[in-house]
Design a protein around this ligand. Structure first.
Ligand SMILES: [Zn+2]
Length: 169
């Protein structure tokens, strides 16, 4: 009887340890999966943006959407600042409405955006700005979903991911 109890307790403890380990690893994988290893935001926690895109108005709208959550991070570049991001246009049938590189080049695709609504253009520009802030695609609802939508507000997941990225700047 005593032996059975010991085995039961040992098994139970092992089960608890495994459960904790699994929970912890899932949590860290999830947090990591939402972030990119990019360093476009400078150490002063600023992202200075300029560009010649036809859709700069949408880029500035996206700037305001992110800055509403963290004030003043994305700024319009000026002569006295180091530029972190430049936005230009492409016109290609490649399936992408926009793309951004770790080197700070954002390209908005006229091929798709010309026929898109204002909300969809804002969504694309805001999504691409999310990458420059260090956010990776997410399967959760929000701006950082893979496909273009009409969404122009941050979801809880977008805000949580941004909070995590902000700690790394
Ligand atoms: Zn993307």
């Amino acid at each position: 009887m005593e032996l059975k109890l010991k085995i039961f307790i040992k098994t139970f403890l092992l089960f608890v340890i495994v459960l904790i380990a699994v929970t912890m690893s899932t949590a860290s994988v999830k947090a990591k999966a939402c972030l990119l290893d990019w360093n476009l935001v400078d150490s002063g926690k600023y992202l200075d943006v300029d560009g010649n895109s036809k859709y700069m108005g949408r880029v500035w709208a996206g700037k305001d959407i992110w800055n509403k959550h963290k004030k003043g991070v994305i700024r319009k570049d000026s002569a006295t600042r180091m530029q972190d991001l430049f936005v230009s246009d492409i016109n290609k049938k490649n399936g992408k409405t926009g793309s951004t590189t770790a080197a700070g080049k954002m390209r908005l695709n006229k091929y798709y955006l010309e026929n898109a609504t204002v909300a969809q253009r804002t969504n694309t520009a805001t999504h691409e700005l999310g990458h420059t802030l260090g956010l990776e695609h997410s399967t959760e609802k929000g701006i950082m979903g893979v496909a273009m939508t009409s969404r122009t507000t941050l979801s809880k997941n977008d805000k949580d991911s941004y909070n995590e990225a902000y700690k790394k700047y």
